[in-house]
Design a binder for this molecule. Sequence first.
Ligand code: NAD
Ligand code: WQD
Length: 341
Amino acid sequence: MKKTIILTGATGYIGSHTWCALLEAGYDVIGLDNFCNSSMEVIGRISAITQSTLNFIEGDVRDASLLDSIFQQHKIDAAIHFAALKAVGESVEKPLTYYDTNLNGLLNLCSVMARHSVKTLVFSSSATVYGDPDSVPIKEDAPLRTTSPYGQTKLMGEQILRDLEHSDRDWKIGYLRYFNPVGAHKSGLIGENPRGVPNNLMPYVAQVAVGKLEKLRIYGGDYPTPDGTGVRDYIHVMDLAEGHVSAVSHLLDDGASGNGSFTVNLGAGHGISVLEVIHAYEKACGRPIPYEIVPRRSGDVAAYYADPSLASEILDWRATRGLDVICSDSWRWQNMNPDGI
Ligand code: NAD
Ligand code: WQD
């Protein structure tokens, strides 16, 4: 019997790629999104990639009656909860908006799930919960601390869910702490689709490559890293999507009573500097990426990358796509959709 998964934030960057991976793995998917940070066009693109008719509902994850009616009409086995606001800087300016969407959305989803006795959930957490780590690579038992309201919503989201599973042992929750998701589907049909000028490195570099932005500003060339620029753990979004398939299938444990909750890092497991990203991107697009080095961005840390061995142990999952694939897939997406979708 096919299992049915509801995805909140289904047309967003990670949600859209996970939707493709779930269909490919044989799951039925119900997508929910209010398009506050994505485009309706994504639906047609996923449909083209997967050659499927999609089951999509436009709406807000904070809308209890809408969620109730979805859970009433469909036999849902599990939820993957992507829907959230994610811009760190904006969260400092609009904390209430972030706490409302990210926490009320989670509370509402869990309440409706409990009412319908659906107690299997995968939660989008973030490496931001480790703040400025004491050491790298980062393991899941590293101290948790975070500075932005966005980071707080992820930390509080985890805490709410841990309290929930202590109150009712039927809950099975996968806490996935993503490092830096980048790249795009190999078809070039879906990818990261930022509104306005990107805050993050990879979409910024992509827009410089395609000629929409003049040059990259590298935030800091004097970090204690091999080339002085910031080091991060970039993970291909399809590797991340496949991590969700492994997570949900582990929790549902096809057939048996299912496995218990777990918390894992989803990262590639090695650090890459800003200059390394630029050079790999230049190779992928065949053009120079102009840049200048400017002062550090406030709040940035020098280096962080995951120890992803627990995910490999529990989920039998590891990232397989390297920086060259990341850059060539990102470039294909950017070049085919210079103004996004
Ligand atoms: P995204 O903005 O591309 O996708 C989120 C989707 O949720 C969007 O399509 C948006 O329209 C939708 N959404 C937001 N609020 C909603 C609401 N109230 N009701 C219904 N839909 C709503 O972001 P993403 O990069 O795909 O991130 C997905 C999840 O992963 C988020 O929870 C994010 O915090 C987390 N995460 C992202 C990153 C990253 O760097 N991209 C890193 C770590 C964790
Ligand atoms: C990467 C590197 C920058 C832009 C953020 C969030 C984090 C998580 C993922 C959700 C750093 C440098 C960047 C630019 C640059 N999101 N850079 N010029 O800051 O590691 O993580 O996204 O949970 O919470 O904080 O990602 O892509 O912004 O930066 O030099 O124009 O690129 O300094 O070293 P970050 P990023």
